[in-house]
Design a protein around this ligand. Structure first.
Ligand code: NAP
Length: 287
C-alpha cells in the first residue's frame, strides 16, 4: 500500500518485539480494507518507555498496542483508563488524544469474544472454571468468564499470594463466585471443572506446560490455553489425546486486536478463516 502524508500510523511497543504477530495481523486488515495507514513494530527498552511514548504522541501516532514488559507502566502513565485496564492494573492499548493518553485493556474482551465463537453465547453460563496463573492474562480470563456468567471461578497460581491478591482485586468486578489457591487444589477441583484455562507462561516456546493430570476432568470439559506459540501447547496436546475439546490462544489474539484496529483506523475488522490461516503459517515458520 502507498502511504499519503495523512496516513494513520500505529504500532506495537515492547522489548523484544520481533516475535509479535500484531504487525502481521493489523497489516492483513490494512491491506484488506485498503487503508491509508501503517502498523509498525517498535522495539523499546523499559528505561526509555515514557520518552518513546512522548515522541510517538508528538509524531502524530494514533496510538500503540503494548506488550511485555510495558503493560503495567503503560497503565501507570496514562491519564485515564477503562475498567478492564483498571482491574488488570495493566494496559495493552494506548490511544493518543491531544495531550492525553487513554489506556485500555482488550484482553478480556478478546477472550470472551473467542469463547463465544467456540462455545456459544450460553457456553459458560453456570460453568465451573479453573484458571491457572495470576498475571495480566489470568486477570483478563477472570473478567471474561465472569462476563459470560460462569457460576464459579478458581484462580490457582504457583505463587499462591499472587492468586489471592488478584482474586481480591477482581472480586468486585465479577458476579461469579471467585476463589484462589495453589495447584495442590487441582485434584479436588478437576472433577467439577468444565473449563480449564492456562493463563501462565508455561508452555511458551518450548517451556513445559503446567503438569496437571487432565484425566481427572469430566469428559465434556474444555481445555483452553492462552499461549499461542506453539499453537498446540503440550497441555493442549495432552487434552486432545484424552479426547477433550481444546481452544488455542490464537483466537483470543485475533479478537483482542479487533477493538484496537477500530480505535486506530476507524473500521471494525472481521476475523476470517483467511486471517487465521495467514497467522498459522507465520507460527509454523512458513512465511
Ligand atoms: P505475567 O503477567 O508475567 O504472568 C505470568 C504467570 O505465569 C504468573 O502467574 C506466573 O506464576 C506464571 N508462570 C510463569 N512461568 C511459569 C511456569 N514455568 N510454570 C507455571 N507458572 C508459570 O504474564 P501474562 O501477561 O499474564 O501472560 C501469561 C501468558 O498468556 C503468556 O504466555 C502470554 O503470551 C499469554 N497471553 C496470551 C494472549 C492472547 O491473546 N492469546 C494475551 C495475553 C497473554 P508466578 O506468579 O508464580 O510467577
Amino acid at each position: 500500500m502507498r502511504l499519503s502524508g495523512a496516513a494513520r500510523i500505529a504500532g506495537v511497543i515492547g522489548w523484544p518485539v520481533a516475535h509479535s504477530l500484531s504487525p502481521m495481523l493489523h497489516g492483513f486488515w490494512l491491506c484488506e480494507h485498503r487503508i491509508d495507514g501503517a502498523y509498525i513494530p517498535l522495539p523499546v527498552r523499559a528505561h526509555v518507555f515514557s520518552t518513546a511514548l512522548r515522541g510517538l504522541r508528538e509524531a502524530g501516532f494514533a496510538g500503540v498496542n503494548v506488550t511485555v514488559p510495558h503493560k503495567e507502566a503503560a497503565f501507570a502513565l496514562a491519564h485515564r483508563g477503562d475498567g478492564a485496564a483498571g482491574s488488570a492494573g495493566a494496559a495493552n492499548l494506548l490511544l493518543f488524544q491531544g495531550n492525553e493518553i487513554e489506556a485500555r485493556n482488550t484482553d478480556a474482551e478478546g477472550l470472551a469474544g473467542n469463547l463465544v465463537v467456540e462455545l456459544g453465547t450460553e457456553g459458560l453460563r453456570e460453568a465451573h472454571v479453573t484458571i491457572l496463573g495470576a498475571g495480566g492474562a489470568a486477570r483478563a480470563a477472570v473478567l471474561a468468564c465472569g462476563h459470560l456468567h460462569a457460576a464459579r471461578i478458581h484462580l490457582l497460581n504457583r505463587t499462591v499470594a499472587r492468586a489471592q491478591a488478584a482474586a481480591a482485586a477482581l472480586a468486585r468486578g465479577v458476579r461469579s463466585q471467585l476463589d484462589s489457591g495453589s495447584w495442590d487444589e487441582w485434584p479436588s477441583l478437576a472433577p467439577t471443572t468444565t473449563l480449564l484455562i492456562n493463563a501462565t507462561r508455561g508452555g511458551m516456546s518450548g517451556s513445559p506446560s503446567p503438569d496437571l493430570p487432565l484425566d481427572l476432568l469430566p469428559t465434556n470439559a474444555v481445555v483452553c490455553d492462552l499461549v499461542y506459540r506453539p499453537l498446540e501447547t503440550p497441555l493442549l496436546a495432552r487434552a486432545r489425546t484424552l479426547g477433550l475439546r481444546t481452544v488455542d490462544g490464537l483466537g483470543m489474539l485475533m479478537h483482542q486486536a479487533v477493538p484496537a484496529f477500530e480505535a486506530f483506523y476507524g473500521i471494525r475488522p472481521k476475523i476470517t478463516p483467511a486471517l487465521r490461516l495467514e497467522l498459522e503459517k507465520v507460527l509454523r515458520g512458513e512465511t
